[in-house]
Design a protein around this ligand. Structure first.
Ligand SMILES: *Cc1c(COP(=O)(O)O)cnc(C)c1O
Length: 467
């Protein structure tokens, strides 16, 4: 037996992460652990679990940012301890949030960008709840002032993201979602007008519909609502869900009128962590003018040592994403956002052209920057596929090479239509697109050699489609 001091030394030498107790026996999964473990061993164990997650850069389903520069990593590290709600303790972070709101109000052409209301959120979903609540409150106040009933609010939209279904259910609003018809895969003026009445709290067009990536016609709907007001007196506001588009159109389709240039547009939400290029966890909602956000929805928090207005569903919230958003605004400016997003549109158009050339697919949206976001969507041409595969089978085959290219069915009344979609984000380079095209061609050739005897159905498809 060597002396104790030497044995301790040998133990250190023998120390090995994968031979340590926790990694040799397997990690606790169902019971709260009794004992402690060395941080480096636990880190390795958890990091290795994460290897089984998909590679986010090959995830062409998500609209969210998967590439950030090193400066953002450093700012995120510096702000790991900053709580957005402690506006008194972190006044400069609060000031940065306010600057971002003013910059967005300016980008979206608010008549009073220096003085409007808006806030950061955890994403577009929370921002949509706040925008929806403000519409509901404004409608209710008006109805109460007229001595009319306030028990049946409704909201009108096209094929919306799930957050609006949540808003409607959580806050008791009837969702009048316009069904699709034939080749019309978004809202149009006639269908909106069929559904408005005195209980409509607002119309919500989407700038970048989740399913096909198209922009809905905000201006045409606003003009139709202007005519309706002239004829009937009904004054129905618009909230734009610009989760993706509000960070794209101002740069790549500046002449498109969808924002506060239209007086009827009272509020806009967007996701900072999508085409705002910030890390995950930030969204924004901005009102056209201060008076568009009812006072009753704003709380004044004073027990943290100051008196600060807050409007949010969360209390504590990380500040790093907001600081990174500000960094992006300063780093990129209009010039940089235009530069980055145009490259994405070019690649989306290229992919659409190449996939179209394969002869098997009909392109439903081709990445046209005046009409939607940098993305493409297609369906199988009737009878074109040799080998009996569906788009679900194709998605599954691509998954074996690490690509996530979701296939999904459309909402009512086009549930029969199965669509596949690619989002081209910052970091999806032309070379990455070429590699994907090669894999699509290989997958198609595989199915031609190995026909599918039982095509995959929607229920069996596991692909995450972000709807
Ligand atoms: C992504 C998305 C949302 C939800 O946004 P999060 O930031 O993920 O909460 C809402 N609406 C549309 C149109 C979207 O694309």
């Amino acid at each position: 037996m060597p002396p104790i001091s030497e044995r301790a030394h040998r133990d250190d030498v023998l120390d090995d992460i994968y031979a340590s107790t926790i990694l040799r026996k397997g990690l606790p999964k169902d019971r709260f652990p009794d004992s402690s473990n060395l941080p480096e061993n636990v880190f390795a164990a958890v990091r290795d679990e994460l290897m089984l997650d998909g590679n986010s850069r090959q995830n062409l389903a998500t609209f969210c940012q998967t590439w950030v520069d090193d400066e953002i990593r450093r700012l995120m590290d510096l702000s790991i301890d900053k709580n957005m709600i402690d506006k008194d303790e972190y006044p400069q972070t609060a000031e940065i949030e306010a600057r971002c709101v003013r910059m967005l109000a300016d980008l979206w052409n608010s008549p009073t960008p220096g003085d409007t209301m808006g806030c950061s959120t955890t994403g577009s979903s929370e921002a949509a709840m706040l925008g929806g609540l403000a519409m509901k409150w404004r409608w209710r106040k008006k109805r109460q002032a007229e001595g009319k009933s306030t028990d049946k609010p409704n909201m009108i939209c096209g094929p919306v993201q799930i957050c609006w279904h949540k808003f409607a259910r959580y806050f008791d609003v009837e969702l009048r979602e316009i069904p699709l018809e034939g080749d019309r895969l978004i809202m149009n003026v006639e269908e909106v007008l069929k559904r408005v009445d005195e209980n409509t709290i607002g119309v919500v067009p989407t700038l970048g519909v989740t399913f096909t990536c198209q922009y809905e016609p905000v201006k045409a709907v606003a003009e139709a609502l202007d005519r309706l007001q002239k004829e009937t007196g009904l004054d129905i506001p618009i909230h734009v869900d610009g989760a993706s588009g509000a960070f794209l159109a101002p740069f790549c389709a500046p002449e498109l009128e969808w924002d506060f240039r239209i007086p009827r547009v009272k509020s806009i939400n967007t996701s900072g962590h999508k085409f705002g290029l910030a890390p995950l966890g930030v969204g924004w909602v901005v009102w056209r003018e201060k008076s568009d956000l009812p006072d009753e929805l704003v709380f004044n928090v004073n027990y943290l040592g100051g008196n600060m207005p807050t409007f949010a569903l969360n209390f504590s919230r990380p500040g790093g994403q907001i600081i990174s958003q500000y960094y992006n605004f300063l780093r990129l400016g209009r010039e940089g956002y235009t530069h980055i997003h145009s490259a994405c549109y070019d690649t989306a158009e290229y992919l659409a052209a190449e996939i179209g050339k394969m002869g098997l697919f009909e392109i439903l949206f081709d990445g046209d920057r005046k009409a939607g976001i940098p993305a493409l969507a297609w369906k199988l041409k009737d009878g074109a596929a040799i080998g009996g595969y569906t788009l679900y089978d194709l998605a599954d085959r691509l998954r074996s090479r690490g690509w996530q290219v979701p296939a999904y069915s459309m909402p009512a009344n086009r549930e029969d239509l199965v669509v596949q979609r690619i989002l081209v984000r910052h970091g999806v380079s032309r070379d990455l697109a070429e590699l994907l095209l090669d894999d699509i061609r290989r997958a198609v050739a595989w199915f031609e050699q190995h026909p599918v005897t039982r095509p995959m159905t929607a229920a069996e498809a596991t692909g995450f489609n972000h709807n």
